[in-house]
Design a protein around this ligand. Structure first.
Ligand code: SIN
Length: 281
């Protein structure tokens, strides 16, 4: 029997009594998991002795899997991105982000399995961005209605690259434009849709917003910073402590996440199947 325990008042549930391997083969069981996902936005499963084939097969039920231009995929399992942090190199993360916001069609969701984790530390935080939108003051909701913003991979994944490599990454992944408030394609909910990949608004500089030329830059960037900071509000969050074979499944359209970087030099190995999304509107 499936048991669902909500982890916070806002977001996240732990699900027991489900084998994701079975769900990869059973359409009815998968449909139950998907319905729970739309409700809780991120689901956690413990003790999933999931093979890589089953991991890919389960995630593929949501849609086509995507590779990542910087993080490498498992060569035998395309679409299964390796997020391996080892003691050899002081790793750095992180920012609250929506996976693939720099893509024209950012990820719909992801299935993340813990292969190895530190005894303590290395948790991941997810944020309910529907709640973040709902709780904005009405005057801010009015200000951001119809606003659009650019997102780019260059200033995050490209920052540690040499300039030539960075330019190549940017040329292969040109910046994209998305609405600042998107609509969830399955539930119709409104979502605050800027994250650390967002660089600037593209239609802020209008007579209503800018009285004099110098208003533009600080006005726009202060508003963007304010919107980006909403993801760090604890009332919208859930924090998950990993164990090997724990799996998280999240709806990447209505959430952001943050992998807490407090465990170095202990190793942490995760494998993520990211699922292609549609064009935000
Ligand atoms: C991610 O940012 O998609 C991975 C999160 C994690 O490693 O906990």
């Amino acid at each position: 029997m499936i048991k669902v325990e909500r982890l916070t008042a806002s977001i996240g549930a732990e699900v027991a009594g489900v084998s994701l391997g079975d769900a990869s083969r059973d359409a009815a069981l998968f449909a139950e998991v998907k319905a729970l996902l739309l409700k809780h936005r991120v689901l956690f499963f413990r003790d999933q002795d999931l093979s890589r084939e089953e991991h890919v097969a389960f995630a593929s039920r949501f849609g086509k899997l995507e590779d990542h231009p910087v993080a490498g995929s498992d060569p035998e399992h395309p679409g299964l991105v390796r997020i391996y942090r080892s003691e050899a190199k002081n790793p750095y993360e992180n920012n609250y982000h929506t996976d693939g916001l720099w893509r024209p069609n950012p990820s719909m969701g992801a299935v993340l399995r813990c292969v190895e984790c530190p005894e303590v530390g290395g948790d991941t935080i997810w944020v309910n961005m529907v709640e973040a939108y709902k709780q904005l003051p009405e005057e801010v909701k009015k200000r951001i209605e119809g606003l659009r913003a650019k997102s780019s991979i260059e200033h995050s994944f490209g920052a540690a690259m040499d300039p030539e490599e960075r330019r190549k990454l940017a040329a292969q992944n040109p910046e994209v434009e998305h609405p600042v408030v998107r609509t969830h394609p399955e539930t119709g909910e409104k979502i605050l849709y800027v994250s650390s990949f967002t660089t600037h608004f593209v239609n802020y500089h209008t007579a209503d917003n800018v009285r004099y030329g110098l208003d533009k830059t600080p006005g726009a960037s202060l508003l963007l910073n304010y919107l980006q900071s909403q993801a760090s509000i604890p009332e919208y969050q859930v924090r998950f402590r990993w164990k090997p074979n724990s799996v998280a499944v999240w709806d990447n359209r209505s959430t952001q996440h943050y992998a807490v970087m407090d465990y170095w030099p202990a190793p942490r190995k995760m494998e993520r199947a990211g699922i292609e999304g549609d064009r935000p509107y």
